[in-house]
Ligand binder design. Structure first.
Ligand SMILES: [Zn+2]
Length: 251
């Protein structure tokens, strides 16, 4: 083996090792593929839709966030899938595997659009965890690297629609472990493992939901407190309004 061949093997081995454990340096500077064009990205989406037996949604290559899907709940029109490749690359979703997993997440919302999981207090959190669980299943079935996807979602904060990113990254890994234990499973049968993850964290998820609602209420209160007072909008028996009007009339 020549020295060049040895270095090439070492490079491949290092790339293999970091497939599921990348740190920020690896996410931002290693295994990047800026050459992907929109037609290739669209064909990735079509392949995933085909895998899940879904109609291919209308694909829009502009988006104010990283990605989003607008579901056609009334079955009248096509669902619309949006992505912003520039933003995705900046966040760390910068190669084929990472983009594929983002699209698996979005398309799985379409797959589960009529499903009610009823596993925790916030059904929308259940859906996010379920779609990320499928990301884990898909990556195990197709041998796709999860490092960049997990790194990016782990940074995301909790909102009313999305649980804390750490749970999303962990559920990807949880699903992968399930698939290694039961490798003969298809997507539907592997979903049986999702309740174990959610029930294991139910107390924490509930506490975080309460905190999330409290934070939003506090933010609203601060905005209301800082709202300027319009004297004319106050009732006529308000002492402040009476004093201001009296002052204006005396001038
Ligand atoms: Zn989602």
């Amino acid at each position: 083996m020549t020295q060049e061949e040895l270095f090439e093997h070492m490079r491949e081995w290092k790339a293999f090792v970091r497939r599921h454990n990348a740190n920020i340096f690896d996410v931002m500077f290693k295994d990047i593929d800026y050459s992907l064009k929109d037609n290739e990205l669209c064909s990735i989406i079509s392949d995933i839709a085909l895998f899940f037996g879904l109609d291919i949604p209308n694909i829009k290559t502009h988006c104010d966030t990283l990605t989003k899907i607008e579901l056609d709940s009334n079955h009248e029109n096509c669902s619309e899938l949006y992505y912003n490749w520039q933003l995705l690359q900046k966040s760390g979703i910068n190669n084929r595997d990472a983009f594929t997993l983002c699209m698996v997440h979005e398309l799985t919302h379409l797959y589960f659009k009529d499903t009610r999981f009823l596993l925790c207090s916030n059904e929308r959190w259940c859906h996010e965890l379920a779609t990320d669980y499928v990301v884990g299943i898909y990556s195990a079935l197709k041998g796709i690297a999860t490092s960049k996807y997990k790194y990016v979602v782990r940074q995301l904060p909790k909102t009313l629609t999305h649980p804390k990113g750490v749970h999303r990254a962990d559920v990807v890994e949880f699903a992968r472990e399930c698939m290694f234990r039961f490798p003969w499973c298809d997507v539907d049968s592997a979903m049986a493992g999702l309740p174990a993850f959610v029930y294991g964290r139910q107390k924490l998820l509930n506490e975080e939901l309460v905190q999330c609602v409290r934070d939003i209420k506090e933010k609203k209160d601060v905005i209301l407190q800082n709202k300027p007072i319009v004297i004319e909008d106050l009732s006529d028996n308000n002492l402040l309004k009476q004093a201001v009007l009296k002052y204006k009339n005396s001038k």
